[in-house]
Ligand binder design. Structure first.
Ligand code: GLP
Length: 244
């Protein structure tokens, strides 16, 4: 079932998302949290840091990444592993050893993708998966056209995503890696609960395309709509057309 909750602004989205993460962690203190990058979840991660500072215990968690760039040097601040260590793990008192990402430095990236699927399975699967939504409708790095049953794999970014993500690379599209590893839509669907965060007027078309439920491969998120527990937290600007 898909539930769409419309909130006044991005700050309210962050608080509501943090509430849900905290509830999930209290229910399963040794559980697995799936995390997204991009700018939308950053407020949620800051809020989780504040909850930790106020006494919330996240120390039993494992955290798994959705996706990662290929080709950035180890330790590069824009590598998603670094982003999640800095923006989330360090704030909630989680050792870096509990943050899991695909091995994009492997000589055989295809085998590393299969190994990442095994890592997630060995952890017991993802309990709660935080997701964003790209302006072109992409989910993780599953670009428009992705098959609903896709698995973790190497893929290429769309030109729009390269342009969108250039803001993290000094507004230089030429510095954005073109090649990435992403969990597939079929992989993401296996998480027990999905929590998608959408904020800003620039996401309104993408959210509208998702909720139109056309099953259109151009809106990859529609592959998630038949998930038994998908909650979309959207701010008013993004939810222009959402039911309320
Ligand atoms: C990147 C990530 C996605 C994320 C998207 C949206 O492409 N791979 O997981 O959902 O950005 O980012 P933002 O929240 O900055 O709009």
């Amino acid at each position: 079932m898909t539930e769409v909750i419309v909130l006044p602004d991005p700050a309210a989205v962050a608080v509501a998302a943090a509430d849900r993460v905290v509830a999930a962690v209290r229910a399963a203190p040794r559980g697995v949290l799936g995390v997204a990058t991009g700018s939308t979840p950053l407020g949620t991660y800051a809020e989780l840091g504040a909850r930790h500072a106020a006494g919330e215990d996240f120390s039993g968690l494992d955290v798994v990444l959705l996706d990662e760039y290929i080709g950035l040097p180890v330790g590069d601040p824009q590598r998603y592993l670094e982003v999640i260590r800095r923006e989330l793990a360090d704030r909630i008192g989680l050792p870096h050893s509990r943050v899991h990402a695909p091995d994009v430095d492997a000589t055989d990236v295809d085998s590393a993708c299969a190994a990442y699927e095994r890592t997630i399975a060995a952890l017991g699967g993802v309990d709660l998966q935080i997701l964003g939504l790209g302006a072109d409708g992409h989910v993780a790095f599953n670009m428009p056209g992705t098959q609903p049953d896709s698995r973790t794999r190497r893929t290429a970014l769309s030109e729009q995503t390269v342009r969108d993500n250039a803001r993290f690379f000094g507004d230089r599209p030429d510095r954005v890696p073109r090649s990435v590893v992403t969990q597939g839509l079929g992989t993401i669907r296996e998480a027990r609960s999905l929590l998608m965060l959408v904020a800003g007027a620039h996401k309104a078309d993408a959210l509208e395309g998702l909720l139109a439920r056309t099953g259109d491969l151009e809106a990859p998120g529609t592959a998630l709509l038949d998930h038994p527990d998908l909650v979309v937290l959207a701010d008013r600007a993004a939810a222009r057309s959402a039911p309320r």
